[in-house]
Design a binder for this molecule. Structure first.
Ligand SMILES: NC(=O)c1ccc[n+]([C@@H]2O[C@H](COP(=O)([O-])OP(=O)(O)OC[C@H]3O[C@@H](n4cnc5c(N)ncnc54)[C@H](OP(=O)(O)O)[C@@H]3O)[C@@H](O)[C@H]2O)c1
Length: 286
């Protein structure tokens, strides 16, 4: 079998490679990467690395040759039209290369009334795939827990979480757990043989009162909850390049559109996902 992983040098991609390697021999894994120099460590470990650009169908067609299962991890572009174009190009390449099985990584924010700027892409995916001849599973991630760890020093300084989500809860999953589920779905045909759609979450969601309590315990620093307005939130993080995009996502959360919880992770892997308190306690360095 040949499993080809796109976006393999990214935050999630690296973990998917790691998890896939627990299930199959390294020779069965091909990494289709945008920037081969970022994959030197994988080359050193004996992985096959091929260049592949979502804007170059020919490069993807070559990269996808002989692939039994493709794991498509999208880029992080915040432009819906480009994200769709990247996926359309990948679909063309899959067809040309004769790829029949796809594990497609998606996101919780896919409802038709979701104001997150990228929701249009996530809403389009399952309907677009339904019109193809592919066997596929769509794997929706909830919010990654991981970025909360480097965010903690700022929250300690602010003494508060400031997410503009009111009393609403949000669902999370660690990237490691997401990758484990994705690798299992790719490896086990019965998990992707009837166009399954999964949502990966921890066992419970957290409102900001609960999250601030967990953060206080993990850091031994008092962190409360003082939500700012959506506009203020966008203004604070605009300099980092994605303030408006993030604000649109928390707008969705404030509408109760980011709080769904499932037991999909446990059904896929046979064990419970890592809860937030354990994750923050294990990863926060005092
Ligand atoms: N659930 C959440 O909370 C959450 C949070 C953040 C992001 N996400 C989504 O999860 C996905 C993966 O996130 P991540 O954190 O792993 O992102 P990441 O670290 O930026 O990884 C993205 C990967 O896509 C590759 N890529 C970018 N442009 C490409 C192109 N034109 N052709 C081929 N490959 C290209 C990148 O390679 P180069 O670096 O070489 O360009 C990189 O390997 C993204 O779609 C992102 O939107 C979800």
């Amino acid at each position: 079998m040949k499993y080809t992983i796109t976006g393999a040098t990214g935050h999630l991609g690296r973990k998917v490679v790691e998890q896939m390697s627990r299930l199959v021999d390294v020779r069965e894994i091909r990494l289709a990467v945008h920037t081969p120099s970022k994959a030197q460590n994988f080359l050193d470990q004996g992985y096959e690395v091929v260049k592949s650009d979502y804007y170059d169908v020919d490069s993807m067609t070559k990269a996808f040759a002989d692939t039994d299962v493709l794991i498509y991890i999208p880029s992080i572009t915040y432009d819906v039209a480009n994200r769709v174009l990247e996926f359309e190009n990948a679909l063309k390449a899959m067809q040309k290369a004769g790829v029949k099985n796809l594990v497609d990584v998606s996101f919780i924010a896919d409802q038709p009334n979701n104001p997150f700027q990228m929701a249009g892409y996530y809403a389009y995916l399952p309907a677009r795939l339904a019109g193809t001849k592919l066997n596929y599973a769509v794997v929706k991630n909830s919010l990654y827990a991981d970025p909360l760890v480097p965010y903690l020093p700022e929250l300690i300084e602010r003494k508060n979480i400031i997410y503009p989500v009111g009393d609403q809860a949000m669902s999370f999953i660690t990237r490691n757990d997401s990758a484990e589920a994705i690798a299992n779905i790719a490896f086990k045909p019965y998990l992707r043989d009837h166009r399954q759609v999964y949502l990966l979450t921890q066992k419970q969601n957290y409102n900001m009162v609960e999250l601030s309590r967990i953060m206080t315990e993990a850091t031994s620093q008092e962190i409360g909850y003082a939500p700012v307005s959506l506009q203020k939130f966008a203004d604070i993080y605009r300099a980092e390049g994605d303030g408006d995009e993030l604000a649109s996502m928390y707008h969705a959360a404030a509408m109760g559109l980011m709080n769904a919880v499932t037991d999909d992770f446990q059904h896929i892997t046979g064990h419970e996902p890592m809860p937030m308190d354990q994750f923050l306690q294990q990863n926060y360095q005092r």
